[in-house]
Design a protein around this ligand. Sequence first.
Ligand SMILES: N[C@@H](CCC[C@H](N)C(=O)O)C(=O)O
Length: 267
Amino acid sequence: MTQLSFFKYQGTGNDFVMVDDRANQFDATNHQLVHHLCDRRRGIGADGLILLRLHPEYDFEMVYFNADGHLGSMCGNGGRCTVAFARQVGVIDTMARFLAADGPHEATIDADGTVHLRMQDVAGQEEVAAHNGVFLNTGSPHLVRFLPADSLGAFNVFAEGRAVRYGALYAEKGTNVNFVEEPSAPDAPWQVRTYERGVEDETQSCGTGVTAVALAASRRGASSPVHLRTPGGDLRVAFQAHPDGSFTAIYLSGPATRVFDGTIEIV
Ligand SMILES: N[C@@H](CCC[C@H](N)C(=O)O)C(=O)O
């Protein structure tokens, strides 16, 4: 029996077990252990687990696992939390250049703790008639489906999201699925609920998901920055949209909070 020290972070309710693995001691192939640590009844409980590792060319590397114990693709909320964590342990001050699953990222931290995370450029988006939505890759794959006014609150995100995630179109790799309601007034936020692949449930918020929604919304008239409201809180996405359908200078901004820390026995 050994003990693992961990920190718990959350960004708009998307929560993560954070491990300082600068000594490179965590066995990243131990999917069962990651799954156990993310278990809300038997472990610490989280939507994912993140290792903060050193990297020779960057301030640090972020290694992200979904709650199912397997390596995930990019995690926007997790990225913001890792930046806040890197500052907590003294790896960075208010600016970071780090490596994640989808490549390099830059970030800054405001005095109030807001983290601005630069996302990878996005080449475009694809109409998906079968699901009445659009598909984009913002570091993670996302289907965005727009719903009629006043329908998001009662919408069955779990059942509908799961059907798309495991459906014929995405069967091989799966996708995250976002359901969106357009703002009722010009300055109101876009409302988003997300079914997350790898968590296999609705989460309180998804950073790469709201980024996908903001870019899809720009094709429906929204201009940068787009304000988005998730069940776990508000996020902002700024970007430059180009005539060829691509997007650059994409920034995801929002809070990233340390919740608690501790140690857990592992076998
Ligand atoms: N919560 C994340 C999304 C993580 C990616 C995902 N679940 C996957 O691997 O498909 C976020 O904030 O972006």
